[in-house]
Design a protein around this ligand. Structure first.
Ligand code: 13P
Length: 253
């Protein structure tokens, strides 16, 4: 079964409710022509999820959250639980983004627990992995990514496995304007798919979509998406501009 291209916009800590609604109003029509050939998701900040969910009704854009807590409820001041996100209409939750890892101390074991919570709540995880510049220059890219994939994904069955999305986001390419070359990205994506094969078997590994993230723009998206193991993109900065995001969505449509 062919993997459907999946383009997701990670808005990070940007856009008030009013700004979010203005962006979504334009985005809806700008990406409507791809219909179901490309899956499109946006991940606004928590505060905008509810109004944006309403604004996305009857569109071909689905909703994602940027993180969640691993517990269903409890004394965790300031945190948001997976069932709360499901209730708002989220289909996906981004987990283990490098900014969460670097700035908020997230670990592979913590991401693993959050994945369980997301699946249990009936949503799908987008699990982010990727090496720093130092790790790449030290020749450790594949081993770093391997540790992250195994740590985040261990303990899940092949049935759960088919529900995962993985995002390979080299840390040195995020927000820097430096993109991995399509060859560099494909090498890591192929490695991730072979790791998934080891965990869940070749059939399931062949179903999992692996997005690339890190300075994806309208002018490099088509080249990246032409690679055999690059099944979509997780877009930061360019997802905040309607024309740029729409061009990325259409790059493979
Ligand atoms: P940029 O597209 O701004 O580099 O961000 C990528 C990213 O972190 C998406 O999650």
């Amino acid at each position: 079964m062919a993997r459907r291209c999946f383009i997701a916009g990670n808005w990070k800590m940007n856009k008030t409710v009013a700004e979010s609604l203005a962006l979504v109003r334009e985005l809806r029509s700008a990406v409507s022509m791809v219909r179901d050939r490309v899956e499109v998701a946006i991940a606004p900040p928590f505060t905008a999820l509810h109004p944006v969910a309403k604004a996305l009704e009857d569109s071909n854009i689905v909703l994602a959250a940027q993180t969640c807590h691993a517990s269903e409820s409890g004394a965790f001041t300031g945190e948001i639980a997976a069932p709360m996100l499901k209730e708002l209409g989220c289909s996906y939750v981004i987990l283990g983004h490098s900014e969460r890892r670097q700035l908020f101390g997230e670990t592979d074991a913590g991401v693993n627990r959050k994945v369980s919570a997301v699946l249990k709540a009936g949503m799908l995880p987008i699990v982010c992995v990727g090496e720093t510049l130092e790790q790449r220059e030290g020749g450790n890219t594949l081993s770093v990514v391997e540790t992250q994939v195994k740590g985040c994904l261990s303990g899940f069955s092949a049935i759960d496995g088919a529900r995962f999305v993985i995002a390979y986001e080299p840390v040195w390419a995020i927000g820097t304007g430096k993109t991995a070359s399509s060859r560099q990205a494909q090498e890591v994506h192929a490695h991730i798919r072979s790791l998934l094969g080891g965990l869940w078997g070749a059939e399931t590994a062949g179903q999992v979509r692996i997005q690339y993230g890190g300075s994806v723009k309208a002018d490099n998206a088509a080249e990246l998406l032409s690679q055999p193991d690059i099944d979509g993109a997780l877009v930061g900065g360019a997802s905040l501009k309607v024309a740029d995001f729409a061009a990325i969505v259409k790059a493979k449509a």
